[in-house]
Design a protein around this ligand. Structure first.
Ligand SMILES: Nc1nc2c(ncn2[C@@H]2O[C@H](COP(=O)(O)OP(=O)(O)OP(=O)(O)O)[C@@H](O)[C@H]2O)c(=O)[nH]1
Ligand SMILES: [Mg+2]
Length: 475
């Protein structure tokens, strides 16, 4: 038995311990060895550094690390390197380290299972606990915030308010380069997903300014795609990341017809309220019967369509429409198109709908506007990705869907971005935010390339015009 700790969890623990590569050897598991202070001490005493890991029925995983050996003696043990941690909460990865603040009370285990802190911050069990249908109702408790700094987190947010465990494991931690089990190679490489990377992405986007053309003060990204694909949710997701709380300014939900009926230009601010230099534009979702025609698509791309214009299948926008922008500036024009597709229904899009998207593509291509695809709802493609969004770039199913999307619209793979929107969450998740920002940052870069090439061409054309020979007159 090798234990339930995953390679990724071991990597995280290794980083937290922070003294080089580590191997984790399973010493004790309550499902295998029985749950009693006696069996715990028999297996774990005098083994040096260990990590204790508890799994519960709610899909939460948490525990503690100590460098000091467990011993069945009546005293607290001092350890200034000890920490409590959370690996998962409610089936979702949640990496948090809670360092010891009162090192003199780091551990205790006289006639008990592993115990951390004077609270006791985490006491596992004090006598024999029997297995009841795969569940152990541990008779310990959790009163965090006494000897360990939990940063205002309550015990309930770690153990779901109970001490029922499906497993409790103790691993011996040794200084060793462990042999990594076949972790799939990522199909797309990115920096390590952590808070630092998230802040870097946020800063790249917050400081982004369209420089290529002085006339463009904010890049315009047009979201287009089938009904219910996740267009409004994409805007909400980006807004959520920058505001630092879940927001729902764009109406999202499920309906047969498009919920979004107006052309809307969404501006975004950072958490200080400073406007960001890009806008996301939402359109009515594409439907087979009531779709945009060539003229409407052209007006959209060229910036003629006024904000809040309500698309009506029975009425076509024209230069006589109220608010029609007759002389769009470089700012009104679309600088990047993003096709938002639902990863789970992409395979069954009707030929009519696909043809409509291709029409749009041809028009964008003629104007040389960059095109990207956001493949939303990837959490519904794969269980592992649903559990931890950071697996998205190692998931083969996601990779296959990225390939399919790239073939479907004939765009390079590098222009296809998997996405999981904020839709069910009540608080922010770094991994969801990272994935969304990765796509947005790339769209901004593509738009900037487009604007500079366009400007370059305009300059070249003006130059050519200057060199036109004067017409010869025959006298
Ligand atoms: N699981 C999951 N659900 C999502 C995701 N993105 C959007 N949804 C859900 O899909 C439904 C449709 O999302 P919307 O953002 O309203 O889609 P839309 O493209 O704006 O739709 P229309 O405006 O009607 O054309 C909503 O119920 C969302 O909560 C995602 O990444 N994962
Ligand atoms: Mg919408």
């Amino acid at each position: 038995m090798t234990g339930r700790l995953t390679e990724k969890d071991m990597d995280q623990l290794e980083k937290w311990i922070n003294t080089g590569p580590k191997s984790f050897t399973l010493l004790y598991a309550i499902s295998r060895d029985g749950c009693s202070p006696e069996s715990f001490h028999r297996k774990c005493d005098n083994q040096g550094p260990t990590v204790t890991v508890i799994h519960n029925q709610q899909g939460s995983i948490f525990g503690g690390y100590t460098r000091v050996s467990w011993q069945n003696v009546d005293q607290y043990f001092q350890d200034n390197t000890a920490f409590l941690f959370q690996l998962q909460f409610n089936d979702k990865t949640s990496y948090r380290k809670f360092p010891v603040v009162d090192a003199s009370c780091a551990t205790f285990s006289y006639t008990t299972g592993p115990t951390f802190g004077d609270g006791p911050d985490l006491r596992t069990f004090t006598s024999v606990v029997y297995n009841s249908g795969g569940n152990f109702a541990l008779n310990g408790c959790m009163n965090v915030g006494c000897s360990y700094d939990v940063q205002e987190i309550h015990s309930d947010q770690i153990n779901n308010g109970n001490m029922n465990a499906t497993e409790l494991e103790v691993y011996k931690v040794t200084d060793d380069q462990r042999e990594k089990k076949n972790i799939p190679k990522p199909w797309r490489n990115t920096s390590d997903w952590n808070r630092k990377f998230l802040e870097e992405l946020k800063s790249d986007i917050a400081t982004f300014k369209p420089n290529a053309d002085p006339e463009v003060t904010a890049t315009r990204i047009l979201m287009i795609g089938p009904v219910g694909a996740g267009k409004s949710s994409f805007y909400n997701t980006i807004d959520t990341v920058f505001r630092g709380r879940i927001t729902q300014l764009a109406c999202s939900g499920s309906a047969e017809k498009s919920l979004t009926t107006n052309y809307t230009t969404y501006t975004l601010n950072d958490h200080h309220g400073t406007p960001l230099h890009f806008r996301l534009c939402g359109t009515r979702g594409m439907e087979e019967q009531a779709d945009l025609n060539d003229t409407e698509c052209n007006y959209l791309l060229s910036g003629n369509v006024p904000n809040h214009y309500k698309f009506d299948p029975n009425y076509q926008i024209s230069s006589r429409t109220r608010g029609f922008i007759h002389r769009p500036t470089a700012n009104d024009r679309v600088h990047c198109v993003v096709f938002v597709l639902d990863a789970t229904t992409m395979d069954v899009l009707s030929t009519d709908l696909l043809e409509n998207m291709k029409v749009f593509q041809r028009l964008a291509k003629a104007k040389e506007i960059p095109q990207t695809i956001v493949l939303a709802k990837v959490d519904r493609l794969c269980k592992d990705v649903k559990k931890d969004i950071s697996f998205v770039h190692t998931s083969q199913i996601v990779e296959q869907h990225v390939d399919k999307a790239s073939n479907l619209l004939g765009l390079p793979r590098a222009n296809v971005f998997p996405l999981k929107n904020y839709e069910n969450e009540v608080q922010l998740d770094d991994n969801i935010s990272i994935l969304a920002l990765l796509s947005l940052r790339q769209m901004l870069y593509f738009s900037e390339d487009y604007t500079s090439i366009r400007l370059e061409k305009q300059r070249a054309e003006a130059e050519l015009a200057r060199w036109k020979l004067p017409e010869c007159r025959i006298i």
